[in-house]
Design a protein around this ligand. Structure first.
Ligand SMILES: NC(=O)c1ccc[n+]([C@@H]2O[C@H](COP(=O)([O-])OP(=O)(O)OC[C@H]3O[C@@H](n4cnc5c(N)ncnc54)[C@H](O)[C@@H]3O)[C@@H](O)[C@H]2O)c1
Length: 220
């Protein structure tokens, strides 16, 4: 039996979730929702599924077992709380986009609600599964690296024009590469986030460099 899936939030990432679910043999996209009706409609039409402007209505009408919460908001994290709680209260498992929330107490509430309801709440730190992160993990497992003391990260993602700065690094983007490093290392080393490869190279000397993720390890 296919897993019934709904998508809340139909920006670029919600549309991507919808497209991926539509192509998965184990999933059935049953509806999409956005508070901006035109976005919901544009996301739904290519997949031939119903669209909604209210998350609770979508969940009540199409009964998804799992929902993706792909809303954004301030720093891409302020709009995750409400639809996540609504979905959990309605008995849905949730895949929430990162960052989980801008407010730690609300994030804790989201986790507590999932536990209370015995439902899964996953945060989409998909870069943990990238070849770069897996390679770093392999090197650690093989003992090729010592304890991770310092990480130089580089992100090649466009910056909003009004935030142009050589040191700019969007908070919402931090969790992804940083969690890769910390997860791979199983420790909490010093971190230096850097917006470009050139700058990363200028301020460190990565002993090992992996495409998309640069980190420096010093054997101990
Ligand atoms: N995992 C990754 O690699 C990755 C990459 C990029 C972005 N993201 C995350 O994906 C999320 C979405 O990014 P985006 O660029 O598509 O954002 P976006 O702002 O373009 O789209 C979000 C949509 O959610 C809708 N929305 C807000 N509140 C809603 C609610 N209560 N119910 C229904 N719809 C609601 C908005 O109207 C908007 O259309 C962000 O949290 C971002 O951090 C993750």
């Amino acid at each position: 039996m296919k897993l019934r899936v709904g998508v809340i939030g139909c920006g670029p990432i919600g549309r991507l979730h919808a497209r991926i679910y539509s192509g998965l043999p184990i999933a059935e996209l049953v509806g999409v929702c956005d508070i901006v009706p035109d976005r919901a409609r544009a996301c739904a039409e290519p997949h031939g599924v119903p669209w909604f402007a209210d998350a609770r209505e979508m969940i009540a009408k199409v009964s998804p077992r799992v929902v993706s919460v792909a809303t954004g908001g301030h720093e891409y994290g302020s709009d995750h709380y409400e639809p996540t709680i609504q979905a959990l209260d309605a008995g849905c498992h949730v895949l929430c986009e990162k960052p989980i929330c801008n407010d730690v107490s609300k994030a804790a509430e989201m986790v507590a609600r999932a536990r209370e309801k015995k439902l899964c709440l996953a945060v989409d730190l998909n870069h943990r599964f990238t070849p770069a992160a897996r390679q770093a993990r392999r090197w650690l497992d093989e003992g090729r690296l010592g304890s991770l003391l310092f990480a130089n990260m580089a992100l090649w993602i466009g910056k909003p024009k009004d935030e142009e700065s050589p040191w700019f690094h969007m908070k919402a983007l931090n969790p992804t590469p940083w969690t890769c490093c910390a997860t791979s290392a199983g420790t909490s080393p010093t971190c230096n986030a850097s917006p470009s490869r050139r700058r990363a190279e200028a301020c460190g000397q990565p002993r090992r460099s992996i495409s998309g993720l640069q980190a420096a390890w010093w054997a101990t």
